[in-house]
Design a protein. Structure first.
Length: 299
């Protein structure tokens, strides 16, 4: 997936036709068609339906559009920042959830170290609320977090990707062989919280109406410790799917037949007054591209 392919895609959406998009981008119509086809093949989806009266975006196209616009805008911001102010440099103190640090951000860190050697990264794993508060008060320059899409006072945020959640249990847990689950099945089981304080726990518990009469909660800050506890049969856990994909594939954990009614996303946030920092701009642009490529490679 290349920026020029995304630009062709968003321009077709904007103009309503491949021909008009070609004129807007000052290239031939076959070039636009080739770029859209390459983007579709790379993602494994169809983005447009060709109809007698024109074109129509598919559901996959609608889903891609905000991410494509983010990547294009952030890439342009990074290009301008570097052109105007020179190579990004200095220290960036970054907050992140442990699940993102371990399972999403290592390729980004590697990219930043190679591409921008003058930028020194310092990454700290804490829960989302503490991270965002620390960004607001200046203790952190920026933060990666998992949460619902909503306004964040004093912050600029961008969505990097949807973050699917999965309910898991050990293979010998009493719910592991069930074909369906009720809310009572879940609320009467011991819940293991990985990354205690993660915002999706609150969304989950509010959705199911947890109260003081439910089964115990085992709170663990370590994702790995939570996975071991679940695998041993101590309880069930709601976790980002990316953190348990290996264990599910190997049979060490079992996916339970339950899905949350809410959606959360991996996002990046920074203070509004820090938007012109070239290092932050470069990190945002790199994050959008690296996470997008990572998600595409797993689909």
């Amino acid at each position: 997936m290349e920026t020029r392919q995304l630009l062709a895609f968003t321009t077709v959406v904007q103009t309503g036709s491949f021909t008009k998009a070609a004129a807007t981008l000052n290239c031939s119509q076959p070039t636009i068609t080739t770029r859209i086809k390459a983007l579709e093949e790379g993602l494994g989806v169809v983005l447009f339906r060709r109809l007698p009266r024109g074109i129509q975006m598919t559901s996959a196209g609608v889903e891609l559009l905000p991410f494509a616009r983010n990547i294009i805008n952030l890439t342009e911001k990074a290009r301008k920042a570097i052109t105007m102010n020179g190579e990004p440099h200095g220290k960036l103190v970054i907050g992140s959830a442990q699940s993102l640090t371990d399972y999403r951000l290592l390729p980004l860190i590697e990219y930043m170290c190679w591409r921008y050697p003058s930028v020194q990264l310092s990454l700290h794993s804490r829960n989302a609320l503490n991270n965002l508060n620390s960004v607001r008060d200046g203790q952190l320059d920026c933060a990666f977090f998992i949460g619902a899409i909503e306004p964040r006072e004093g912050l600029e945020t961008t969505v990097l990707c949807p973050e699917p959640l999965v309910m898991v249990a050990g293979p010998n847990h009493m719910l592991a062989q069930r074909q369906s689950l009720t809310e009572d099945d879940i609320t009467s089981s011991t819940l293991i919280r990985a990354e205690n304080g993660a915002s999706y726990h609150e969304l989950f518990e509010n959705a199911l109406g947890f109260d003081d009469t439910r089964a115990p909660v085992l709170e663990l800050d370590s994702v790995d410790a939570a996975k071991r506890a679940v695998a041993s049969g101590l309880g069930i856990a709601l976790m980002p799917e990316v953190t348990v994909s290996s264990e599910l594939a190997e049979g060490r954990l079992v996916r339970l037949p339950w899905s949350p009614t809410f959606r959360v996303y991996t996002q990046f946030g920074w203070r509004q007054d820090n938007s012109t920092n070239p290092a932050v701009t470069a990190l945002v642009s790199a994050a959008a591209q690296v996470v997008s490529d990572q998600v595409a490679s797993l689909t």
